[in-house]
Write a protein that binds this ligand. Structure first.
Ligand SMILES: CC(C)(COP(=O)(O)OP(=O)(O)OC[C@H]1O[C@@H](n2cnc3c(N)ncnc32)[C@H](O)[C@@H]1OP(=O)(O)O)[C@@H](O)C(=O)NCCC(=O)NCCS
Length: 159
């Protein structure tokens, strides 16, 4: 793992978006999500790997170092779920979260997908400003089948 670059505040970082998950630093991604992302605490590494394999993935890299992740679960035709948006703590507040959202909404693979949905606890304005997201028009129409506790009992922590 390289050590070039530093998360200073003065200048925007020279960061690129990588969409090939084969280039991702799985150790960084697994640690970031399972230990530092409030919605994914305890998520097993094999589940994280599988989730990347079955998603459109976006990694932020400063040189060789991964500093951010996002992914979209999609059928490529009708719908996409934006999730696991995470920027390394040391690099936050410098526009990188916005870069991730910009990369998603500009991705040609999603150009003909008419609807993207996401859930967020406290970063709604990021998605409003960068992706044009808005609160659900009809949240009462959404349902879920949440088996996380049952799966956790049989396989360990799951989120
Ligand atoms: C949310 C997150 C991805 C934003 O990354 P970032 O690189 O700090 O974002 P940016 O620097 O591009 O911020 C863009 C704007 O989003 C807003 N924003 C960023 N994080 C926010 C948060 N947690 N809550 C509310 N607003 C937030 C800020 O108002 C910022 O506007 P500003 O430039 O006027 O200050 C990052 O804080 C993070 O990884 N947080 C922990 C994980 C998380 O909450 N992910 C989102 C789950 S949906």
């Amino acid at each position: 793992m390289g050590s070039q670059g530093s998360p200073g505040r003065a200048e925007p970082p020279d960061v690129r978006v990588v969409t090939d998950p084969a280039e991702f630093d799985l150790d960084w991604v697994a640690t970031a999500l399972s230990e530092r992302a409030y919605w994914a605490l305890g998520r097993p590494r094999d589940m994280i790997v599988r989730s990347l394999e079955n998603s459109l993935c976006y990694g932020l890299f400063e040189g060789p170092r991964q500093v951010g992740i996002a992914r979209v679960v999609t059928d490529g035709a009708t719908f996409g779920w934006v999730c696991d948006v995470f920027v390394d703590e040391a690099w936050r507040g410098r526009g990188l979260g916005g870069r991730l959202v910009d990369a998603i909404v500009a991705d040609p693979r999603l150009a003909d997908v008419p609807r993207l949905v996401l859930a967020t606890r406290d970063a709604a304005d990021l998605y409003e400003r960068h992706g044009g997201f808005a609160p659900l028009a009809h949240p009462e129409r959404f349902m879920e089948r949440d088996r996380r506790r049952a799966v956790q009992r049989s396989h360990g922590p799951v989120t």
